[in-house]
Structure formats: C-alpha cells, structure tokens
Design a protein around this ligand. Structure first.
Ligand code: HEC
Length: 140
C-alpha cells in the first residue's frame, strides 16, 4: 500500500513532522488492518498468489476457441488443422503442456530455431496456453 504521508497529514490537520507522520501512519494502517473486509481480501490475495506459485505456467488453463483464433498465423506452416505442411512439423494431438513447453523454450532461446524464435517471442503465457489447448483438441 502506498500512502501519501503529506496528504494524510494535511487531512488530519497536522504539521508533517517526522514523528507525527510515523505515528499517524501507524494508526491509519492499524485501522485498515482491523477492517474485516480488508482482511478477507488480503487473505484471498495471498491464497491466489499461493495458487499461482504452485501452478505456474503449466497450470494456466488454455481456451480452445481463443487458441484457434491465435493460430491463424501458424496454419501456413503447421497446417489449418495442425497436420503440418511440407517440412514443418504437425502439432495436432500434442498435449497442451508439450506445446507450451516447446514455445517457452523457443521464447527463452533454450531452443534455437530462426523461424520460430521471433514467433514465440510475440506470445504471452496465456497465448501459449490457449494455443496448446487448441492443438491438443485436434486429432493427430
Ligand atoms: C514460417 C513457418 C512457420 C510458422 C508461420 C510457424 N512455425 Fe512453428 N515451426 C516452424 C519450424 C521451421 C519449426 C522447427 C521445426 C523443427 O525444428 O523440427 C517450428 C516448430 C514449432 C514448434 C516446436 C515443434 C518441435 O518439434 O519442437 C511449435 C510448438 C511451433 N512451431 C508452434 C508454432 C505456433 C504456435 C505458431 C504460430 C504462432 C507457429 N509455430 C508458426 C515453422 C513455422
């Protein structure tokens, strides 16, 4: 939480002397902490952070329909139905995790491919999850 000490002091009609500010700020924070709603939302945030931490990228649930839209630019090489075109590998039937892992490695540069590195660079974690869910939904 970011408190504008000067504003708080003016609000309280105090001169913003250092000790005063500290005391008033402590009191204000104390009041806020007593709010049950605030406590609840704090707990919720902590719980959500814990969930995110435990799941990470692998748990980000992909959306098949969103993924379909996001693969429009991939179809030229990987096929309209993920079947692969010419030398380009098929992606249909890969699991969401396999696709996400490959894209993360391409984005981080762990996997080098001159064509795919810039492609993966443009994708967010959510994009990758959606794309993975879409290819996973297709038959090999
Ligand atoms: C211009 C052609 C082209 C386009 C467009 C393209 N790719 Fe690729 N893709 C490749 C090539 C080439 C490889 C590397 C193949 C290899 O190394 O065997 C590859 C590899 C991949 C791999 C890893 C496959 C593996 O064997 O590890 C994934 C996943 C992938 N592409 C996803 C995508 C997605 C998602 C898009 C669209 C956002 C996309 N590609 C667009 C050419 C393309």
């Amino acid at each position: 939480m970011k408190l504008n000490l000067g504003a708080i002091c003016r609000m309280l009609g105090h001169e913003p002397t250092h000790d005063r500010v500290q005391r008033d700020t402590r009191r204000l924070i104390g009041q806020v902490n007593e709010e049950p709603a605030m406590k609840l939302s704090l707990l919720t945030s902590v719980a959500m952070l814990a969930l995110l931490g435990a799941c990470g990228v692998a748990c980000a649930a992909g959306d098949v329909q969103a993924g379909k839209a996001k693969t429009a630019g991939c179809a030229g090489c990987h096929g309209v139905n993920g079947e692969g075109v010419g030398p380009f590998p098929p992606l249909a039937g890969w699991s969401e995790t396999q696709i996400v892992d490959a894209l993360q490695e391409l984005k981080s540069g762990k996997l080098i491919d001159p064509v795919m590195n810039p492609m993966a660079n443009m994708l967010s974690d959510q994009d990758m999850a959606d794309i993975g869910a879409y290819y996973a939904s297709l038959k090999k």
